[in-house]
Ligand binder design. Structure first.
Ligand code: FE
Length: 204
């Protein structure tokens, strides 16, 4: 199976999907609203819950966290999450001093097995250009106001690498179970375009 090279043109599958979608709707086989619901499910519900479970485990299990930061692909596969667009994973950790932000400047590379489908803004030209040029401003627009001295690192999902941000664990969550912690983890926090509510490194 050939891997997706992010700088290789990929119009063909997109056109084929569009053509199939039009045909299915035209023939009355698929309700467009149902299709939208399905996409929303994968974009917001199913996909990012996998990533959230990875994050929660890393927060509660130091040896898992080490494995995750050393070899993310293997550590994520340990939890049963693997497949297309997740073959070469890198996890970058937010700390008191570093905030990571993920982008794909040329197209929309995204780690499907742990985050599902990319949100529309992630694929849009303004985000792709500005995340690199003015990341702090972009972060502020997402409501992430970094305190002075925090370094912003922007990761461009070039070639075959897919990035996942390990966000900071909020204070006061010591008593929560791994499952409860996973429920706190937002999709955007794993892209770096957000933080987990209640965690530090922001002014809010
Ligand atoms: Fe790409």
């Amino acid at each position: 199976m050939s891997k997706h090279q992010h700088n290789a043109p990929l119009p063909d599958p997109v056109l084929r999907v569009k053509a199939l979608e039009s045909l299915l709707i035209e023939k009355g086989l698929v309700d467009p609203a149902a299709l939208d619901l399905l996409i929303d499910t994968y974009e917001n519900q199913v996909g990012p819950r996998n990533g959230a479970r990875v994050v929660a485990r890393a927060w509660t299990d130091p040896s898992y966290r080490s494995r995750l930061l050393r070899d993310a692909t293997a550590a994520i596969a340990e939890m049963g999450f693997e497949g297309r667009q997740g073959e070469d994973m890198v996890v970058v950790e937010n700390t008191e001093r570093v905030h990571n932000l993920v982008v794909c400047t040329l197209c929309s590379c995204y780690p499907w097995p742990v985050l599902g489908l990319p949100p529309v803004w992630y694929k849009a030209a303004p985000y792709r250009a500005r995340a690199v040029r003015e990341p702090r401003k972009v972060l502020a627009e997402f409501g992430v106001d970094l305190v002075d001295g925090v370094e912003v690192r922007v990761w461009d999902s070039t070639a075959e690498l897919r990035y996942l941000v390990l966000p900071r664990r909020p204070d006061g969550t010591e008593r929560l179970s791994e499952q409860e912690l996973a429920e706190l983890v937002t999709r955007d926090s794993m892209i770096g375009a957000g933080v987990v509510p209640g965690s530090k490194s922001t002014d809010t």
